[in-house]
Design a protein around this ligand. Structure first.
Ligand code: NDP
Ligand code: GDR
Length: 371
């Protein structure tokens, strides 16, 4: 019998890669998508199956983590073997603007799923994966951060995720539910949302090289992140639910890099050397050289600047994970390093904006004003 999985957040970056992975393992995959005034399934459209086909193995349901009635109904109908709770308001900076909504979706949303399992008497059948985060570590207590490092969340997002982490542990201990946290450090890909820093940088690098954008404005260039590839990280989610016992695992590369360095690496992929001068809000990035004949960027041009509006009221300065437990117990091994990640992201964005450039050059403008 094929295993049945239910994924919340199926339309997000991780949801898309996890769906691909589980379909390749012959799962029947159900996903919860939110109603939106525009189509929001771009990341999984390549996996589309005719909803009228009775043999389909990818099925979408409308729903929301803020609505327990709908979660109970879907879980009752689907009877999943595994639930992957990836749905969340996942942007740290935005969580300062929408703290109550973030607490509801990211914190209480997890409780609603766990309660649904209890209410439906599925404690012995349904395993649940909770998308926990390195943001839990927040203000540095110790490095590298492992499963035993104390938490000190620094945003409404991280505080909501702290509740979700502990309610997952509590339902495991209180009711014997197979409930595990994956404490995942930052992971990126060409499917990464456009307002997270890595994708913002790779998109801007491609556009600046092609003459479609003038400058890249960023916030804290000193922040350090342990960046991996989402494709590797969804493998870990799957492995966490295949274990004999439910436990919590750190998933990370063990390498940390500053935002400023990510900028250099992204432009370097395009043959453009960037040098930074100045400090704090006055720091700027200039074109030092360009050895790519495809791109006509002016040497000495200022292409990176700092805008305070991207600063966070409280920042997480340094994340570096210790993946020893996941490597030894899960046998998890990432296939990508940072260079491979940057290469893939930049190549995908160059490809994307080649089409935009073609349209621009033909007199059409498809510029997005509110990027
Ligand atoms: P994305 O932001 O790309 O995707 C989030 C998903 O959640 C989307 O499908 C979104 O729907 C959905 N969603 C948002 N709000 C709700 C809601 N109220 N009810 C139901 N669904 C909702 O995130 P990622 O794929 O990058 O991350 C997946 C999970 O892992 C998140 O929980 C995130 O917090 C966590 N995480 C991510 C890390 C990373 O580096 N990527 C690291 C550690 C943890 P829509 O498409 O309609 O917006
Ligand atoms: P993060 O990712 O907050 O770590 O959360 P993000 O890419 O947003 O920020 C990383 C670091 O870069 C700094 N930064 C900027 N960030 C953004 N978004 N835009 C900018 O212009 C900019 N300039 C500098 C930030 O201050 C920060 O230090 C991500 C999300 O996926 C969470 O859901 C997840 O839990 C964590 O990763 C692990």
């Amino acid at each position: 019998m094929a295993k049945i999985a239910l994924i919340t957040g199926i339309t997000g970056q991780d949801g898309a890669y996890l769906t691909e992975l589980l379909l390749s393992k012959n799962y029947i995959v159900h996903g919860i998508k939110r109603r939106s005034s525009l189509f929001n399934t771009d990341r999984i459209d390549h996996l589309y199956q005719d909803p009228h086909d009775i043999n389909k193995n990818l099925i979408l349901h409308y729903g929301d983590l803020s609505d327990s009635t709908n979660l109970i109904r879907i879980i009752q109908q689907v009877q999943p073997d595994e639930i992957y709770n990836l749905g969340a308001m996942s942007h740290v900076k935005v969580s300062f603007d929408t703290p109550e909504y973030t607490a509801n979706a990211d914190g209480i949303g997890t409780l609603r799923l766990l309660e649904a399992i209890r209410i439906l008497g599925l404690e012995k059948k349904t395993k649940i994966y909770q998308a926990s985060t390195s943001e839990l570590y927040g203000l540095v207590q110790a490095v590298p951060q492992s499963e035993t490092t104390p938490f000190y969340p620094r945003s409404p997002y991280a505080v909501a995720k702290l509740y979700a982490y502990w309610i997952t542990v509590n339902y495991r201990e209180a009711y014997g539910i197979f409930a595990s946290n994956g404490i995942l450090f930052n992971h990126e890909s060409p499917l990464r949302g456009e307002t997270f820093v890595t994708r913002k940088i790779t998109r801007a690098a491609a556009k600046i090289a092609m003459g479609l954008q003038d400058k890249l404005y960023l916030g804290n260039l000193d922040a350090q992140r342990d960046w991996g590839h989402a494709k590797d990280y969804v493998e870990a989610m799957y492995l966490i639910l295949q274990q004999e016992t439910a436990e919590d695992y750190v998933i990370a590369t063990g390498v940390t890099t500053r935002v400023r360095e990510f900028v250099r690496l992204a432009f370097k992929e395009l043959g453009i050397e960037v040098e930074f001068k100045g400090e704090g809000v006055d720091e700027k990035g200039y074109v030092l050289s360009c050895n790519n004949p495809d791109f006509d960027v002016e040497i000495g041009k200022e292409i990176v600047a700092v805008d305070e509006k991207y600063f966070r009221p409280t920042e997480v300065e340094l994340l570096i994970g210790d993946p020893t437990k996941s490597k030894t117990k899960l046998g998890w091994e990432p296939k990508y390093d940072l260079q491979g990640l940057v290469k893939e992201m930049v190549a995908a964005d160059v490809d994307l904006f080649r089409r935009e450039k073609l349209l621009e050059d033909s007199g059409y403008s498809i510029k997005k004003q509110f990027e």
